[in-house]
Ligand binder design. Structure first.
Ligand code: NAD
Length: 332
């Protein structure tokens, strides 16, 4: 997999017409953990939505609030100014974009497709090539911020593509994300690459933190004393300071992001490193740990479930005192 960072500009910034609420019709495909919150925020901002998902029931609330249902991706594309996809894997993206009844088949000349899935550029490149004579625009714009960020409209968005297209889409991105953290990170494919590297580092932080907390606790140090010492030290990280609290305080391994998708991201990330010739030993190990946790705890287990591997190994749940007694009661 190689990224195509070339940016050929077909639309100048002066020709840019912003897609604004009230007038723009947004097509959205993939109403899952992320897409459900994102569409709710687009609708609340005043965009008219045309939606599709293999699970029609996932659209019930949107339809009740005025969104239109389209029978397939081609119909979404035919009825919208821009189509957004938020799908699980590159395979799903390929089916929806290029398969029979897909986006490319239904999109009018000059249409725009924005893939916000965590994916790789191959499919988008093929759509760009096939659609270039028809003036079809393509952007990759994956996100960070978990399902909570999708629900409260505070996603971080990493956009790859041409500047004029990014500017035209800005009001749409701002309805779903934090305006301060909508970043145009480069040409086509750059958004996918940035997102994969963020996830790779975050998953690596998670595994490293699980090892350190488990070892320290097993050695007799109080969990919160150890965590505070780490926070005050040069080894502090956002994961130690904030994200691990989901487990320590609530026993919540974040089922809003399934471990099957985390394994998908880690596989894509290691593939990216391989394709550009970078040795990635640590990331390969993190990927294997994630795959072990997926095999043990199931595809739908939360993205933080690898911490459980360590908890099970030491026979101690990593919990703050209140949670620890609660867990003991539940487990009995
Ligand atoms: P999800 O599995 O909850 O939702 C995916 C949706 O796509 C489902 O509703 C599914 O029915 C639908 N779908 C699948 N195939 C389809 C098809 N052919 N046509 C129409 N709809 C189809 O996944 P998610 O957690 O919302 O993640 C979506 C993407 O966002 C993934 O690429 C993921 O890696 C990325 N992501 C997720 C999170 C998170 O915290 N959940 C955070 C950042 C990025």
């Amino acid at each position: 997999m190689r990224l195509d960072m070339t940016a050929t500009t077909h639309v100048s910034a002066t020709e840019t017409q912003l897609l604004t609420p009230g007038t723009a019709r947004i097509g959205f495909i993939g109403l899952g953990n992320m897409g459900s919150g994102m569409t709710r925020n687009l609708q609340a901002a005043g965009f008219h939505l045309v939606v599709n998902d293999v699970r029609k029931e996932s659209a019930a609330e949107l339809l009740a609030n005025g969104a239109e249902w389209a029978e397939d991706a081609a119909a979404v594309a035919a009825g919208s100014d821009v189509v957004i996809t938020m799908l699980p894997t590159p395979k799903h993206v390929e089916t929806v974009a290029m398969g029979p009844g897909g986006i490319l088949a239904g999109m009018p000349d000059g249409g725009t497709w924005v893939d916000m899935s965590t994916s790789v550029p191959e499919v988008a490149n093929r759509v760009r090539e096939a659609g270039s004579v028809r003036g079809i625009r393509v952007l990759d714009a994956p996100v960070s911020g978990m399902s909570v960020g999708a629900a409260n409209g505070m996603l971080q968005i990493f956009v790859g593509g041409e500047p004029a297209d990014v500017e035209r889409l800005r009001p749409v991105f701002e309805a779903m994300g934090d305006p301060e953290r909508i970043l145009h990170v480069g040409g086509h494919g750059a958004g996918y690459a940035v997102k994969l590297m963020i996830n790779q580092l975050w998953f690596s932080h998670l595994v490293a933190t699980a090892e350190v907390l488990s070892t320290g606790v097993k050695a007799g140090v109080d969990l919160e004393v150890l965590r505070q010492a780490l926070i005050a030290s040069p080894a502090n990280s956002n994961f130690v300071q904030n994200d691990v609290l989901s487990i320590l305080n609530h026993g919540d391994y974040d089922e809003g992001f399934a471990i099957a998708l985390a394994c998908k991201d880690l596989g894509l990330s290691v593939d990216l490193a391989r394709s550009v010739g970078v040795p990635m030993e640590l990331s390969g190990l993190v990927e294997q740990l994630y795959r072990r946790a997926k095999a043990l705890y199931g595809d739908k287990a939360g993205e933080m479930t690898p911490v459980k591997l360590y908890e099970d190994a030491i026979g101690i749940q990593l919990r703050t005192p209140v949670q620890a007694s609660g867990s003991a009661t539940e487990g009995a």
